[in-house]
Design a protein around this ligand. Sequence first.
Ligand code: CMC
Length: 433
Amino acid sequence: MKENRTVTLDLKNGQPPIELPVMSGTLGTPVIDVRALAQHGYFTFDPGFTATASCASSITYIDGEAGLLYHRGYPIEQLAYESDFMEVSYLLLYGELPTAQQKVDFEQAITHHGMLHDQVVTVFRGFRRDAHPMAVMIGVTGALSSFYPDAHDVFDPRSREISAHRLIAKVPSIAAWAYKYNIGEPFIYPQNRMAYAENFLHMLHATPCEPYEVKPVLARALDRIFILHADHEQNASTSTVRLAGSSGATPFACVAAGMASLWGPLHGGANEAVLKMLEEIDDVKNIPAVIQRAKDKADRFRLMGFGHRIYKNFDPRAKVMRETCHEVLDALDLMDDPQFKIAMELERIALQDDYFIAKKLYPNVDFYSGIVLRALGIPSSMFTVLFALARTAGWVAQWNEMLTDPAHRIGRPRQQYTGPTRRDYVPMTKRGA
Ligand code: CMC
């Protein structure tokens, strides 16, 4: 929405000052519309996009100072405790909570798209057995583009809807099969009678040899973890999906690109890194030395699971995750888990440390998620895969929103060139030794 005020930019270059409109959304920081700058021969410079809104979006709102996260206006805590992942996926995609019938229809659509084309098995078999499951996840999700040529028509709303359903439905199967392939067990097919998280745990842990019952408490905990990871506005992976999709590329390739961006340890790879760090700490007596390392500028080590680009307060997802961690460990009689104890003590010490206080570094969603996931019997190499699985709901919602935005154009950032100025080609014989 355009406000009645403008920002005047006087470049003192003899030209008249430039008037830049100020725009506000329904919540949050106003933005200065700098698009006119290019006509005046200037670009803005913002590496890492710390002060740049790349789009307008009505899906997710974050207030990092207050530690708030809303999806379509609903606080994450309410969704985590009162909703379920299918409902949150519907909310992200369609903008409103579903009616009872809409929920049934949506779940039916997702459930009936869970199976992978039989030829996909061959794609899996092309990977090394010891490939990281994220590598498999990215490869197989991208390969789905070849199975659904109808998905190329990204400006057809129904085609986009089917692609969104297919992606949300099939990522659990791809994720579980990436693990099964890794450990050399047969692939387990999705079960239409099971709910989303239950079905995933079944595909992950069952074998064809005997019936496997998923404990409801574990399925509920995993469903909550999926909710907590479902969307987080314009982070690196979501911006990657949008940028890839802005050219009109097929959604399977765009989501595979998002997964690639998510894989890094500063983003979705952090939960795996947290558990590795807790294992290495080994004993609470080693915590002060680790805190010291994290504060040392000469050391690249960082306290994994701490800090966030946006949250300068508690990540609201971390609070829910900590409670979920308590619930799961309690239900499984694992309250003496040594890594949980190290995590709680590490959090206590870091939150009292001047360095972490001054830089507003608080635990993020990944700090406790690894401990919960491990208690659910999920190996650490699968942690980022689970993040990708849940975030697929957000990615497809953001991709869909972008393509319906009247302001949509191909994404094309500019740069400040710092290379050599024009020079003439030097033949090899004249280049010296
Ligand atoms: N341990 C120690 N120091 C830190 C940490 C940390 N975890 N995080 C930030 N800092 C320091 C950093 O060294 C910098 O110090 P200085 O101002 O002296 O240069 C200052 O705090 C600001 O950090 P930054 O790297 O400029 O902040 P950023 O917004 O670019 O990075 C971050 C955010 C999440 C990448 C970073 O906090 C980090 O590396 N955390 C550890 C990895 C992690 O837990 N990632 C998961 C993020 S939540 C899941 C998701 O949404 O992907």
